[in-house]
Design a protein around this ligand. Structure first.
Ligand code: FAD
Length: 406
């Protein structure tokens, strides 16, 4: 038996013995496990599953074993993902630590920083949020003003972040701060890790028209962070920030395509349960079911073909970058741009098929899937804003991928 077959058998046995039955059922939005000090499990099996996967390092299967990761190579990880899919296992843990901070720390962190933070990400002990955007500094991120002043042993931080997703539920924040006020704007930024459990940090949820508050304003009023929390060197934070954005963009690109790119989605949880054509058949138009409408049918065919091609491209790129151990590149902007625009189009087509059934926000005359699709249609619009807007991706593509003159 080949090593890989033996690994598959061991993995299958381990999953059979360790994945609780209730963690093999479909998830709703409220079932996502994010970990952290403030975590509340809806079901005790969620904790069992997170702890067991975390202990084995399989929440981050390819990260090095010395930092608590699974230490799997590319082929082994593929087997693990196949076996998880075979039993329809839920993701044991979702987190910005896994998708963004961890990969950047593995490249830029000191040995001490990796030993301190990576195992806690793997085991879901600390929940991280991202403190990049500020009022007035979104697309022009490098104009950020939150400052960190050297106070000897520690930094003193003052300023404000905005659109900080889930900040009120998080334990730590990875931030960009200005440490070189006199330097050119990109050269005066540092990447700093700040504990949110202190008086100087407050969060204020931003209430959306949906009634939900998925993101916050985050205020730093004489907050502090120890010197050892600076990642990548003083005034060298822009390189770390850009690299982290590549991981983030790659992850967002895969939304709407299952786990083709990198894993599960950042914030988008409700997926339609059927393909576009199957769905259109369920709705009645002028010529019986909506699939008889040739205009809609052509849109569906085009979209399905592009979905297939894009999913394969994502998979090829993911395999190439994992094999070469390079991780994502500036090309992640291409995937982010195409993936999010394509996913928006998918929801437009669904709405066209649903007709008036797509007009519901709540109410008994709409089914749960219809209500979910209408909300998700609105949410897809945010995918082409978060992690840098589509226009910003086009700028990155022309500068860094096509190397066009500025
Ligand atoms: C769902 C969601 C979650 C988010 N989560 C986080 C988070 O956790 N942490 C965090 O730090 N931030 C987060 N953000 C913020 C996000 O990164 C910013 O919204 C984004 O970078 C755009 O910045 P802005 O909103 O200030 O828009 P602006 O920068 O003001 O842009 C306004 C418009 O102008 C266009 N534009 C701006 N500059 C250019 C240019 N040079 N060329 C062409 N067009 C341009 C933009 O494309 C956009 O259409 C989140 C945003 C969303 C929607």
């Amino acid at each position: 038996m080949s090593d890989l077959n033996a690994f598959r058998n061991e993995t299958r046995d381990w999953l059979e013995a360790n994945c609780p039955e209730s963690m093999r059922t479909p998830m709703s939005q409220g079932d996502v496990v994010w970990g952290g000090r403030k975590v509340e499990f809806k079901d005790p099996d969620q904790k069992v599953w997170m702890d067991r996967m975390g202990e084995k390092g399989w929440t981050c299967p390819t990260w090095p074993k010395e930092y608590g990761g699974g230490g799997l190579n590319f082929e082994e990880n593929k087997v693990l993902q196949e076996e998880l899919m075979r039993i329809k296992a839920r993701p044991a843990l979702n987190s910005f630590g896994i998708w963004m901070l961890g990969p950047a720390l593995l490249e830029y962190g000191t040995e001490e920083q990796k030993m301190e933070h990576i195992p806690k990400i793997v085991r879901g002990e600390i929940r991280w949020c991202q403190g990049y955007s500020e009022p007035g500094s979104g697309s022009d991120l490098a104009s950020l003003k939150t400052k960190a002043e050297d106070q000897g042993e520690e930094y003193l931080i003052n300023g404000q972040k905005v659109w900080t997703s889930y900040a009120d539920e998080c334990d730590m924040i990875f931030t960009l701060v200005r440490t070189g006020p006199l330097e050119p704007k990109h050269e005066g930024i540092s990447f700093l890790l700040i504990d949110m459990d202190q008086e100087g940090v407050t969060t204020k949820p931003i209430k959306l028209i949906s009634g939900k508050s998925p993101f916050c304003e985050t205020f730093f009023d004489n907050a502090t962070a120890p010197k050892e929390n600076l990642v990548g060197g003083l005034n060298k934070g822009w390189s770390v920030a850009k690299r982290l954005l590549q991981f983030e963009r790659n992850m967002i690109a895969g939304m709407g395509f299952g786990s083709a790119a990198s894993g599960s989605s950042k914030k988008s949880d409700t997926k339609p349960t059927s393909g576009l054509a199957t769905m259109a058949k369920r709705y009645v138009g002028e010529k019986e079911d909506k699939l008889n409408d040739s205009g809609l049918r052509n849109k569906i065919i085009d979209h399905d073909m592009n979905s297939q091609a894009f999913a394969l491209t994502l998979r090829r790129a993911a395999e190439e970058s994992k094999k070469s151990n390079q991780g994502p590149s500036a090309a992640s902007s291409i995937f982010k741009y195409y993936g999010t625009e394509h996913n928006k189009l998918r929801y437009e087509i669904m709405l066209e098929a649903m007709g008036t059934k797509a007009l519901g926000w709540d109410g008994a005359e709409f089914g749960p899937e219809e209500l979910a699709i209408t909300r998700e249609w609105l949410r897809t619009k945010a995918n082409s804003i978060e992690g840098g807007t589509s226009e910003v991706q086009l700028n990155v593509i022309s500068k860094r991928v096509l190397e066009l003159p500025q």
